[in-house]
Design a protein around this ligand. Structure first.
Ligand code: ADP
Length: 409
């Protein structure tokens, strides 16, 4: 890879659309690799803009902004999945490589497209339906039983855009909004809603894979993700007591999805582990003790533990994958790594808490995103590794609670 954009020494420039914490956390491994990262940021105060010297401000939905940014890059990738397909195609038309491609990325942008494709591939999914009317939803509810989980196919995150409904009346608001948008020709929900059975799961898992442009693939140990009020608060790596046969089935499925969808870069697969294997998980064609919830095609919160807990972090691996470099080892350094998400509390000042936490736990690693503190907002995470899982969980939880201001000692 060499072009006028290439930095001295033949080292490429990787452009990241979006200046959030994922782009920010890509900066340290880029420094190590000698690769230049440039970020198209939402504002000069965006998390990544604060640490990446080349962070032009632009709108990721505007073709002119994104193409002008991309012209200075050898390859362009993403901090989030909200870049419209036509914008990505315009970048490709300008002769700049984009990874993952829009054809792959759509499966992380649109949950209906994802469900349809995974079902075709025989990957276990919750039973689901595309809902375009009240009658569609009533019929699906009669088939699989209430409650149902309703999802807007595009734009959801952290549980926003997900609604659990006990019956048709509870879905009224969403159905009315869908009808209004269809009638107003606003697109949006016009393709309908995704309705899913409410899966009675044992716990939530995630598996992270990376795939390079030429098809080399790697998978990290499967993790357990713990959610509180719809937000991931804790990740346990590896998932405790996971049946080894199930673990290899899940890893194989994730690698297969990455290959079939022709994904380049890091992909996270969020899953529900079931109480017991069941027949007829939609599309699976057999028995499976898991179903896939959703896909993300970028570094993911469930992989933040890899920064300190794995030989190669997800951020370094994403760079290697989109540059088509050989992938790094995904081996874990320690028996366990626990990641705790730091959520914003009522106190805007965080730095003062470091003295206490660092003295209390010198082995703990801190990753703060330079974001303004707002209650409930993900503003950072901590990682801690070792042999005693319960001890690690207690330490991570304490640090997060202390940073949030929930505990004071
Ligand atoms: P988002 O895109 O906002 O992260 P998700 O599809 O991951 O939304 O759903 C958010 C949460 O809602 C999940 O982590 C899970 O706890 C719950 N959930 C989603 N789908 C289902 C389902 N079919 N059955 C039961 N719970 C679900």
């Amino acid at each position: 890879m060499s072009s006028p954009r290439t930095a001295p020494g033949g080292f490429p420039v990787v452009g990241i659309i979006g200046g959030g914490q994922l782009a920010r956390m890509t900066a340290p491994p880029a420094v190590g690799l000698g690769v230049t990262v440039s970020v198209l940021a939402e504002s000069p105060q965006a998390a990544a803009a604060l640490v990446v010297p080349s962070s032009p401000v632009g709108d990721h939905t505007r073709v002119e902004d994104v193409v002008a940014f991309a012209r200075g890059c050898d390859v362009v990738t993403f901090d989030h999945e909200h870049v419209p397909t036509e914008v990505i195609r315009a970048v490709q038309a300008a002769g700049v490589t984009v990874e993952p491609t829009p054809e792959a990325l759509v499966h992380a942008q649109d949950k209906l497209v994802m469900r349809r494709r995974l079902t075709e591939l025989g990957i276990p999914c919750p039973r689901w339906a595309q809902v375009r009317s009240r009658e569609d939803l009533e019929a699906f509810g009669a088939e699989v039983g209430w409650p149902l989980v309703l999802k807007t196919p595009r734009g959801g995150y952290d549980g926003k855009g997900v609604l659990v409904v006990d019956g048709i009346d509870a879905a009224e608001g969403w159905l009315a909004e869908m009808t209004r948008e269809v009638e107003a020709g606003e697109g949006g929900l016009s393709d309908g809603l995704l309705a899913e059975e409410a899966v009675a799961f044992r716990r939530e898992l995630a598996v992270l894979v990376a795939r390079s442009r030429s098809g080399q693939a790697a998978v990290w140990p499967i993790v357990e993700t713990v959610q509180t009020d719809g937000i991931c608060t804790e990740v346990l790596a590896p998932a405790p007591d996971l049946d080894p046969t199930l673990a290899s089935e899940i890893s194989a499925a994730a690698l297969r999805v990455a290959g079939e969808l022709d994904v380049t870069g890091v992909m996270a697969v969020e899953l529900f582990e079931l109480e017991a294997a069941r027949d007829g998980a939609e599309g699976s064609g057999g028995r499976a003790a898991y179903v896939v919830n959703e896909l993300a095609m970028r570094p993911h919160n469930s992989g933040h533990w890899t920064i300190d807990g794995s030989v190669t972090s997800q951020f370094e691996q994403h760079l290697r994958a989109v540059l088509d470099l050989p992938l790094g080892s995904t081996r874990a350094h320690a028996r366990w790594t626990v990641m705790g998400n730091v959520l914003g509390g009522d106190y805007p000042e965080l730095y003062g808490t470091y003295r206490h936490l660092m003295a209390r736990d010198p082995a703990m690693k801190f990753h703060l995103y330079g974001k303004e503190v707002r209650p409930g907002r993900k503003i950072g995470h901590v990682n801690v590794s070792g042999d005693d899982l319960e001890d690690l969980r207690e330490r991570a939880r304490h640090a997060c609670d202390y940073l949030q201001g929930v505990v004071t000692a």
